[in-house]
Design a protein around this ligand. Structure first.
Ligand SMILES: Cc1cc2nc3c(=O)[nH]c(=O)nc-3n(C[C@H](O)[C@H](O)[C@H](O)COP(=O)(O)OP(=O)(O)OC[C@H]3O[C@@H](n4cnc5c(N)ncnc54)[C@H](O)[C@@H]3O)c2cc1C
Length: 433
């Protein structure tokens, strides 16, 4: 039997350290993030990043030959569950999205020169990056429709188009831009990826789009989602990332493990909300008893625990498949957990918020911001409907319509066949009567 749900004691010790460290050192930053400003925030996290490096936990997402820790997806998943409890913990550990996915992408498709120029400083935490694929004018859930164009001009590529929701785009030193290079090719081979330094003439970061998560527009903060115009942006040919026409494939490869990390981070958020739910249940008294004594609240607690447990096992199983068979073998598991995990996050936060009444709705608790954060999980890295569609299509490939149109489980048809098969026996039984 190879099934084993245990964590090695040495790694468990690291997880325990991370849990204590994140709670003691990172959670307090959340409450003063706005007051600190971006420069103050950088100063606050710099010593924490040093501690993480000294502990050997920095940039755990990449293999050792690329300067990472080579943890593999299962251990990374367990780590992200802890880091996900705070929006700022991943950056303290050098594996925040979108930098982590972009680093994986350059590691996968970059030339040695690109790795030296962009990947190494990205891993060291000296550069920030953004992934610029989604456009306001085309459906982001179907990147084969992209309209941003890159055309060859002498020794350069020239990019024209408009992107939005490029997370961290307003603070990025470089952007990985997906643009159509071969409009007449097969639809999955039309686009390519480019490394675009943020200061290149023609790159205009227009705004950080205000969202449910950050309703007041604020520019140049970590976690913003930039709208960017690319107007005649000339970049050297050497900035093509990977093979021409390979953009769609690379985007898929980038997003696979990234989705697992999101799902585990969501479990970190869910766990925090769940703890608040349980704590409140033990203290709030109404209508003759504590909330903890009311069956509806008990159901919320039990249902949340069951959902989180299921999501955790599904995520770790998907991570294990990536580790053992590769990201493309795990596509079904990744799609399943992406939409299931987003739903669990929403449900747990919603129940915790409800149990706190007006306090839950207020900004005196982090639940309202978790709730707004949770809503986006159903959209980014592919909306729920697209993952459900992909799961259902794969499953349906294993089925076909019955030749005669009668369902294979149709009882009268099965009974007639069984009567024929057991005719002798049935006759004997009847004769004995
Ligand atoms: C917080 C956040 C961060 C993001 N960060 C980035 C980033 O860093 N870089 C980047 O490039 N993009 C980013 N995005 C964009 C994100 O990837 C897109 O929003 C997503 O791919 C959906 O694209 P869309 O918004 O254009 O919606 P559309 O593609 O227009 O889809 C709208 C809706 O149509 C429905 N739909 C679509 N397809 C189907 C289908 N097959 N069956 C049934 N219904 C369907 C779904 O309900 C879907 O929600 C981010 C988005 C958010 C919210």
């Amino acid at each position: 039997m190879a099934w084993d749900f245990s964590t090695e004691p040495e790694f468990q010790r690291e997880l325990d350290w991370m849990r204590d460290f994140v709670r003691a050192e990172v959670w307090p930053i959340e409450t003063v993030f706005d007051e600190l400003g971006e420069a103050g925030f950088e100063r606050a996290i710099a010593p924490l990043q040093e501690q993480v490096k000294a502990r050997g936990l920095w940039a755990a997402h990449l293999p050792p030959e690329l300067g990472g820790q080579g943890f593999g997806q299962v251990r990374l998943g367990l780590m992200h569950e802890i880091l996900g409890s705070s929006p700022y913990a991943p950056v303290v550990f050098g594996n925040a999205a979108p930098d982590s996915g972009n680093a994986e992408l350059i590691a996968l498709a970059g030339t040695p020169d690109q790795k030296a120029e962009w990947l190494e400083p990205l891993l060291a935490g000296d550069l920030r990056s953004a992934f610029s694929m989604t456009e306001p004018g085309t459906a982001g859930s179907d990147p084969t429709l992209l309209e941003t164009r890159a055309v060859e001009d002498g020794d350069a590529w020239v990019i024209d188009g408009r992107k939005w929701f490029s997370s961290n785009g307003s603070i990025a030193d470089f952007l990985i831009v997906m643009a159509v290079t071969d409009p007449d090719a097969e639809r999955h081979r039309r686009a390519s990826m480019f490394i675009v330094p943020a200061g290149t003439p023609g790159v205009q970061v227009l705004r950080d789009v205000a969202t449910m998560e950050h309703p007041a527009e604020r520019f140049g903060r970590i976690g913003g989602h930039a709208e960017i115009a690319y107007d005649g942006v000339r970049i050297p040919k050497a900035n093509l990332l990977g093979a021409r026409g390979g953009g769609f494939l690379y985007a898929q490869q980038r997003l696979g493990p990234g989705r697992i990390h999101h799902c585990m981070r969501w479990l970190g958020v869910s766990r925090r909300a769940f703890d608040m739910l349980c704590e409140r249940a033990q203290s709030r008294y109404a209508h003759g008893s504590l909330l903890a004594d009311k069956q509806t609240v008990q159901n919320w607690i039990a249902d949340s625990a069951a959902q989180m447990h299921a999501a955790r096992l599904m995520t770790l199983h998907a991570a294990w498949r990536i580790d053992t068979e590769g990201a493309s073998a795990a596509r079904q598991e990744i799609a399943l957990i992406k939409f299931f995990g987003a739903g669990v996050l929403h449900d747990v936060v919603d129940r915790a918020l409800q149990a706190h009444g007006a306090l839950g709705y207020s900004t005196d608790l982090p639940l309202e911001s978790m709730y707004r954060f949770a809503r986006a999980a159903r959209l980014y890295d592919g909306p729920d409907e697209v993952h459900r569609q992909s799961v259902a299509r794969r499953i349906l490939r294993g089925y076909e319509a019955p030749a005669d149109g009668v369902p294979s489980e149709h009882v009268p048809t099965r009974r007639a066949a069984a009567r024929e098969r057991f005719a002798g026996l049935l006759e004997a039984v009847t004769a004995n009567d």
